[in-house]
Design a protein around this ligand. Structure first.
Ligand SMILES: [Zn+2]
Length: 219
């Protein structure tokens, strides 16, 4: 299982590049190893085109290195905190993608003004607290904001995006969709006031997409 998770997490980093969510090495994907108290994460400071399944790092749920030749990503503590406190989460992604992070810089949630947002996030994308890297502050802010919330994405104030999913692929998808809606709503704002979607319409869109639409294959 560890080998398979290394391969999957490595492969998914290419998606961050493909969708233009990252600059230099500032973004990472992790995935829980099924059936183990372990997760696989990007090594710190290694460029995306040099990543291999073997260079991925395996950590325990306290974020301690278990297996790997490199130091784990500097965001490992935040990922570990999420895995410890949200057992349903199988993947975590962090980026500083441009438009979503522009909302985070203002500390402003992205309002739910697109049916695609209602589908994917079930409402606005919330803002999490300002938190410094190191220790549990970022992880605590993510969990506090997303626990019991429909959104699988949080805009950490002045920082960037964290997304969660039942798999690493689902978390990557949430990161791609978060940036996409952040950009569209931003552009909409330039020319006027986006029209909010009625809450009961958001509910039915979310319910249909999560339960009926071909979501199963995306996970
Ligand atoms: Zn960051």
């Amino acid at each position: 299982m560890i080998t398979e998770t290394r391969r999957e997490v490595c492969r998914l980093h290419a998606e961050l590049v493909r969708y233009d969510l990252v600059a230099w090495t500032a973004g990472n994907v992790s995935g829980r190893v099924p059936g183990e108290d372990l997760f696989v994460i990007k090594p710190s400071g290694v460029s995306y085109d040099e990543l291999t399944p073997e260079s991925m790092v395996v950590c325990d749920l306290d974020g301690k290195l278990v297996e790997g030749d490199h130091a784990p990503s500097s965001d490992t503590e935040a990922h570990a905190y999420v895995y410890r406190h949200m057992p349903e989460v199988g993947g975590v992604v962090h980026t500083h993608s441009t438009y979503a992070t522009a909302w985070a810089a203002r500390g402003e949630p992205i309002p739910c003004v697109l049916t695609a947002m209602a589908d994917e996030f079930g409402g606005p994308i919330p803002v999490g607290p300002f938190a410094l890297i190191g220790g549990d502050d970022i992880g605590r802010g993510i969990v506090k904001t997303l626990a019991g919330h429909r959104s699988r994405a949080v805009l950490m104030q002045n920082h960037g995006v964290f997304t969660i999913g039942e798999s690493p692929k689902a978390a990557v998808k949430a990161a791609v969709m978060c940036e996409d809606v952040a950009r569209t709503v931003h552009i909409s704002r330039q020319l006027g006031r986006p029209v909010p979607i009625e809450p009961h319409h958001i509910d039915s869109l979310f319910d249909r997409y999560q339960n009926v639409y071909g979501q199963r294959s995306a996970k």
